[in-house]
Design a protein around this ligand. Structure first.
Ligand code: TMP
Ligand code: ASP
Length: 254
């Protein structure tokens, strides 16, 4: 990596100063964590695939009028994004029961939920991202009521769009996590989709076999983790042309 100024390092990504004010470079690592950082690992090629997959989803969402932080992909592991002020909330959108909601409410894994359910967590590593209600978010000023209206509206539209897109390639969008940010433009501020959308932040099940094609393979030691990420990219028609051999190369410019 060059001597650009690093702005932030997270568990799966690094942010560097971008070429112009108001831009950042988002670098995707192969590192994987789960269970609030208690489990660590490397998923070889994950960064390359998540960079592609997130680019693909963000571009498609842009085409249907969802504002996002994405500008363009720069190379195998990096994309140019707009600098936003991250809202300290993770929005989880659930269509089928899996993961946290199964544990908390004793639901049957895989059951269709009576309707799409949105949940929120306060982003705090020390506190383990506690679940909060909309009431906490607006009371503590993490987001205003009109901002929450935008966040909820966008989340539901994103869910409908991605559920259909993924169903078209034989994948069930069980649940996923989104993050939003405030984009300041002169004296205007608006909510945009930020972070990433990838098999790290989604549960994707094959519609016929129910096979897990997401980070649950890593969380639950199901094996064939790299292959699952590749399979998602392959189905979307965006597997890097040189194939899996290409995936370990860190910064190959295209
Ligand atoms: P959960 O069932 O563990 O709450 O996860 C719901 C969805 O959110 C799942 O698709 C994985 C994603 N997720 C993240 O992207 N980051 C996280 O820190 C957690 C807990 C979940
Ligand atoms: N990535 C999160 C963590 O490191 C949790 C997860 O996705 O399971 O805690």
């Amino acid at each position: 990596m060059s001597r650009r100024r690093q702005v932030y390092e997270g568990k799966a990504k690094v942010l560097f100063e971008g070429p112009e004010p108001g831009t950042l470079i988002q670098y995707f690592k192969d590192d994987a964590t789960a269970f609030n950082n208690r489990k660590h690992g490397i998923i070889t090629g994950k960064g390359v695939l998540n960079n592609r997959i997130s680019e693909y989803f963000m571009m498609k969402l842009g085409e249907i009028g969802i504002p996002t932080h994405f500008i363009r992909r720069l190379n195998m592991r990096e994309q140019l994004i707009r600098e936003v002020e991250i809202i300290p909330i993770e929005v989880v959108i659930r269509n089928y029961a899996a993961g946290g909601i199964v544990k908390r409410l004793g639901l049957e894994e895989g059951q269709r939920l009576p309707r799409t359910i949105l949940e929120y967590s306060f982003k705090s590593d020390e506190l383990g991202d506690p679940m909060v209600a909309e009431e906490h978010i607006t009371a503590f000023g993490w987001a205003s009521v009109p901002e929450m209206d935008d966040i909820i509206g966008y989340s539901l539209r994103i869910n409908d769009f991605l559920s259909g897109l993924l169903l078209g390639v034989g994948l069930k969008l069980v649940d996923f996590k989104l993050e939003f940010g405030r984009l300041w433009e002169e004296d205007d501020v608006r909510i945009v989709l930020a972070d990433e959308i990838s098999p790290d932040s989604c549960r994707l099940w094959d519609v016929t076999s129910g096979e897990r094609l997401d980070k649950d393979r890593f969380r639950q030691d199901l094996g064939r983790v790299e292959e699952a990420y590749q399979e998602v990219a392959r189905r979307l028609g965006i597997l890097p042309e040189a194939g899996p051999r290409d995936l370990a190369g860190p910064e190959t410019l295209q």
